[in-house]
Design a binder for this molecule. Structure first.
Ligand SMILES: [Zn+2]
Length: 377
């Protein structure tokens, strides 16, 4: 990479740290080893470190890890964040660096670049900035647990501990330089259809066939891309006991995403009505429950948090692409707590699969961006 006004990233050190951290088992709710290691690293960097009580809330291993370090530039600190947990299969991971710079797992686990790529970039950026001796903003880091479980860690984070008003969440797949400014409302739902059991051979007319009721409802529910903002999916169905019993109960589970909060709620209402009507028509019952996991947000392109990112990309000659994602991240929680954040691509691809990969070049780019963000107004 060409010389810029930002400090240079030490590729070997970054890569070694990436390998060290991906080798730690850290599936959701089992982040103890990762938390301990990151606390140690932050302390070595001179950070004030704190771990909250998320472990008690969830009966899990570790809390969210916070670090803060004073800056020499004016203004509130900048928050950098990446989650500590991984999805499964995530036990016994080992990062293999190929000759062309591509990084993969050994093939039987995820790589865990989601989200160690973000963590490693943050740590290397901090080191580079500090070693340069140049002025930088105050630095806050937050490494949440259980992001992959609908952001459970960041949901219970102690936001009063954070002074930052702007955040960069390094947790997006795709080429580094991409940033997501928008996330959807996300609702999950579950419907249990309850009919009546009967012997399928001796007295089928005495039964109310829950599978048939569910099937009627499902064919009436619009699924897939409802409009440019909204998707609906029923992803799971279970029920029935045996081939000789008229099934008494069936459960379906699904989700709704929409960039427009009201549209998500509207879809949920429609699904509820369809299920209840289909059940009533057959003398069955439909128990509908839903949960709101995330609230839609949109950060404006003219907001400072975005403009700073653009300046850094342009200084580094990395193409900057502003997008929206129908996925979720810890940023959703940050926004609810008044922190304007955006989500940055950090060198992870084909995440949540054993095909997941990263590359040395992308890790370096991401760390360079993170360093730049700490040095800009
Ligand atoms: Zn992630």
């Amino acid at each position: 990479m060409e010389r810029t006004k930002y400090p240079s990233i030490k590729e070997k050190r970054l890569l070694e740290e990436f390998q060290e951290l991906t080798a730690l088992d850290s599936v959701s709710f089992h982040e103890r080893r990762m938390a301990d290691r990151l606390k140690e690293k932050l302390r070595d960097l001179g950070f004030a470190v704190y771990e909250d009580r998320a472990a008690e809330v969830y009966g899990s291993e570790a809390g969210n890890v916070y670090g803060s370090y004073p800056g020499t530039l004016e203004g509130p600190p900048i928050l950098l964040s990446a989650h500590m947990d991984t999805v499964e299969p995530g036990i016994g991971k080992r990062a293999v660096v190929h000759r062309d710079g591509r990084i993969t797992s050994e093939g039987n686990t995820v790589l865990g670049a989601d989200d160690v790529a973000g963590i490693a970039a943050i740590l290397e950026a901090i080191r580079a900035v500090r070693e340069s001796g140049r002025p930088h903003r105050g630095i806050e880091v937050l490494f949440p647990v259980a992001e992959e479980a609908y952001g459970k860690g960041s949901t219970v984070a102690e936001y009063e501990r954070l002074q930052a008003k702007e955040a960069y969440v390094l947790d997006l797949s795709g080429p580094v330089g991409q940033a997501s400014l928008q996330e959807p409302t996300f609702v999950s739902f579950e419907v249990e259809f309850v009919g009546r059991a009967a012997h399928a051979g001796f007295a089928p007319e005495q039964g109310i066939h829950a599978i048939a009721v569910a099937a009627r409802a499902i064919t009436q529910i619009r699924q897939g891309r409802i409009d440019s903002d909204t998707t609906v999916n029923i992803g799971k169905i279970s029920g029935g006991k045996a081939t000789n019993i008229v099934p008494e109960s069936v459960r379906i589970e699904g989700e709704i995403r929409s960039y427009v909060h009201e549209k998500a709620l509207e879809q949920m209402e429609r699904i509820r009505e369809i299920c209840e009507r289909a059940a009533a028509e057959s003398g069955a019952a439909a128990r509908v429950s839903s949960r709101l996991h995330m609230l839609a947000y949109k950060v404006g392109e003219q907001e400072n948090v975005v403009r700073r990112f653009r300046r850094v990309c342009s200084e580094l000659a990395i193409p900057c692409v502003l997008t929206a994602t129908l996925g979720g991240s810890d940023n959703n929680c940050f926004i609810q707590h008044g922190i304007r954040g955006i989500v940055l691509a950090c060198g992870m691809n084909q995440v949540h699969s054993t095909e997941e990969f990263s590359s040395v070049q992308e890790l370096v780019r991401c760390a360079s961006i993170a360093a730049g963000l700490l040095m800009e107004e």
